[in-house]
Design a protein around this ligand. Structure first.
Ligand code: SAM
Length: 277
C-alpha cells in the first residue's frame, strides 16, 4: 500500500484560516516539504504540531527532493507539501512533486484552503464565471510585452500576482495595452489587518498607486476585454501583425486573432490579405 502526497493549503496572512483537516494532515505525515523550515516551523508551533520532520523543497530544490519523497510514498508513508503561504503549486513549489508522484503511481490529494487568487477574484466584483489566472508576468523584454498584449485581449477576467515594488509599473503597462478606462481591482494584504480592495479604472489605479507607495502583497484583478465592435479593424490588424511578428504563420495568426477578438474567420482572413507577405 503506497502513501499519499498531500498538498496542504496554509494561511495567506491570517492563522485562523489553517483548517482542522490541514492540521490533521500535517500531524500524521512522515515528512513535510516546505519552502523555508523556519517559516513553516512557526506554523507548526502555532498548530501544536511537533515531531514531524520538515525538509526544504523550494523552487531550487523541489526536484532534488523527489527521490526521498517517492521513497517514503513507496514505503506507505504520507508526505505533505506546504509553501510559505496559500496553495502549493499556485505560483509556488508543489507541481513537480505532484507530477513525480503521479508518474510513479502514487495517490496525490490536497487539503484545500486559502489561495490569494480565489479570494481576490470573488471580492473583485468582476465576472467570476470564467476567468484566467496569469500568475506573475515576466519582468521585462519581449516576453513581458507579449504576455501583456495577451492579457489585454483576454475576454475573461484576468488574475495576476504582483510584488509591491512592481505593481505600479504593471498597472501602467496594462493601461497602455488595455486603454485607460478598463476596470481593475487591486486586492492587498488579504485576510490581514490592513486588507484593502481598491476598485476603479486603470488610469485611476495608476494615480492611486502614485499616491500611496504600495506596500504588502497585491493581487491585480483585471476586467475582461469588451467584445470587439465592427469598428475594430485596426485592433484586428494590430493583433495580426503581432502574431506574425511573433513567428506565427498566416493560418495560425488568423486562428489566434479569431479566438482573441471573437471576429469571424471571413473578416480576419480578409484583413490578413491586406498585409503584404
Ligand atoms: N501559493 C500562493 C497562493 O495560493 O495564493 C501564492 C504564492 S506567490 C509566491 C505570492 C503572491 O501571492 C504575492 O506576490 C501576491 O501577489 C499573492 N498573495 C499572497 N498572499 C497574499 C495576500 N495576503 N494578499 C494579497 N496577495 C497575496
Amino acid at each position: 500500500m503506497s502513501g499519499r502526497l498531500v498538498l496542504v493549503s496554509t494561511p495567506i496572512g491570517n492563522l485562523g484560516d489553517l483548517s482542522p483537516r490541514a492540521v490533521d494532515a500535517l500531524r500524521s505525515c512522515a515528512l513535510i516539504c516546505c519552502e523555508d523550515t523556519r517559516h513553516s516551523g512557526k506554523l507548526m508551533s502555532h498548530a501544536g504540531i511537533s515531531g514531524v520532520r520538515l525538509a526544504v523543497a523550494n523552487e531550487h530544490t523541489e526536484v532534488a527532493r523527489t527521490d526521498e519523497v517517492l521513497g517514503l510514498l513507496a514505503r506507505g508513508l504520507d508526505v505533505a507539501v506546504v509553501t510559505d503561504a496559500g496553495t502549493p503549486g499556485i505560483s509556488d513549489p508543489g507541481m513537480r512533486l505532484a507530477r513525480a508522484a503521479i508518474d510513479s503511481g502514487h495517490a496525490v490529494t490536497a487539503v484545500p484552503g486559502p489561495a490569494a487568487l480565489v479570494m481576490a477574484l470573488v471580492i473583485s466584483g468582476f465576472d467570476s464565471t470564467r476567468f484566467v489566472f496569469e500568475g506573475f508576468l515576466p519582468r521585462s523584454g519581449r516576453e513581458r510585452a507579449e504576455r501583456v498584449a495577451e492579457v489585454a485581449a483576454e475576454r475573461r477576467t484576468v488574475v495576476l500576482y504582483e510584488a509591491p515594488h512592481r505593481v505600479a509599473r504593471t498597472v501602467t503597462d496594462l493601461a497602455t495595452a488595455c486603454g485607460a478606462h478598463r476596470r481593475v481591482a487591486l486586492a492587498r494584504e488579504l485576510t490581514k489587518l490592513h486588507e484593502e480592495v481598491w476598485r476603479g479604472t486603470l488610469a485611476a489605479a495608476g494615480d492611486h498607486l502614485a499616491e500611496v507607495a504600495p506596500r504588502g502583497e497585491y493581487v491585480v484583478v483585471l476586467e475582461g476585454a469588451p467584445p470587439p465592435t465592427e469598428a475594430d479593424d485596426e485592433a484586428i490588424l494590430a493583433a495580426l501583425h503581432m502574431a506574425l511578428q511573433g513567428g506565427d504563420d498566416r493560418r495560425t495568426a488568423i486562428a489566434t486573432v479569431m479566438s482573441r477578438t471573437g471576429a469571424s474567420k471571413r473578416r480576419v482572413y480578409d484583413l490578413a490579405l491586406t498585409i503584404p507577405r
